[in-house]
Design a protein around this ligand. Sequence first.
Ligand code: PLP
Length: 401
Amino acid sequence: MESKRVSPISIKLSSIQESATLKLNTLVLELERQGKQIFNLTTGEPDFPVPDFVKQAAIEAIRSNKSKYTPVPGILPLREKIALKTEKQTGLKFSPQEVVVTNGGKQAIMEALFALLNPGDEVVIGAPFWVSYPEMVRIAEGKPVIVSAGYSQQFTPTPEQFLNASSAKTKLWILNSPSNPTGAMYSEEGLRKFGQLLMSEPKLKNVWILCDDIYEHIVYPGHAFQSFLSVNPELRDRCVLINGLSKSFCMTGWRVGWSVAPLEVSKAIGIMQGQITSNVNSVAQYAALSALSFEGDVFAEMVSAYRNRKDKALDILNKSAKIKTFDPPGAFYLFLNISDALKPGESDLQFCERALQEIGVAMVPGGAFGDSSCVRISFAVADKTLEEGVARLVQWVEHRS
Ligand code: PLP
């Protein structure tokens, strides 16, 4: 008798979704392999190079043999720098022991979730959300609870929505401002309201907040980034700040991020990291130290280039009556509402697959971010790719039968 093959993959991992961005990229690569010209607007990383002085610091670190294991949470001068940066931003004192340098912001978030969540704990996440949050919460055996804010709400869930979605099982709220995928940002007033609820509502008294500030430096004129703790310093002991150099210093591949959290939580994060990866690459840490030690403005030129691209793309997109745009205050994404452009019964994924096959424009379906009436395009791509890509999209949407 033939026995049925049992999957060797754990039940836990079998239920975790592959990143939708990666899935679409596979199709893009296949079409490119076939020689098709693709206008790839899916990228989630800056297209600018790492600043020269950061590269130099890495070369110097290699030359001077800074190549041994470092302390698990990172070299002390880097943690001191991060503590100081956080202090400048929030007005609150942080010790280097409250900082853990991680392999990108991603690892910092995952480790913070492991540090804080017990099985079944609920985590409230605003949609549209960064793809990884719900899956990471599931990996940590928590339960994601999604509150949605669509186009009409400018993709910004309110503090009251977070409150209403919270229960006795809620352990954590996640805030991401500026947001991936929408670029939406919370105002000082908005952040204050979140803080007031967390401090005053009895059912929230044990709820923590994780603020993912990874896009803090990519903010357009007329808007200003505010750290949650600068507005709500009273919540210092219930807050985990996440940040990193991937988006600000274009160091996506170098994998440098960090968490800043109260000592007890940072210790737990460090224990976790000690058992899975140990320290971040020593050379990348020295490069990160030079990045954070730089006094000048490394971001202005890049932000200005993003802004020009964004404005040009919006000009083109706004010619379509079927695409509704949102001018993002930050980050480098446009989250387009395409509900009027979908054919009857057509899903956001089918829309993206057809756009890719028919006009060679690659976008990420909004469902990956919790809003299937939208698609995400990135303007961290060459001007020509962006302009031609969105022009093709508008033409296609207006004329396809
Ligand atoms: N948080 C958000 C909102 C992101 O968009 C990303 C990357 O795309 C990350 C965290 C993780 O970035 P990294 O791990 O490269 O630092």
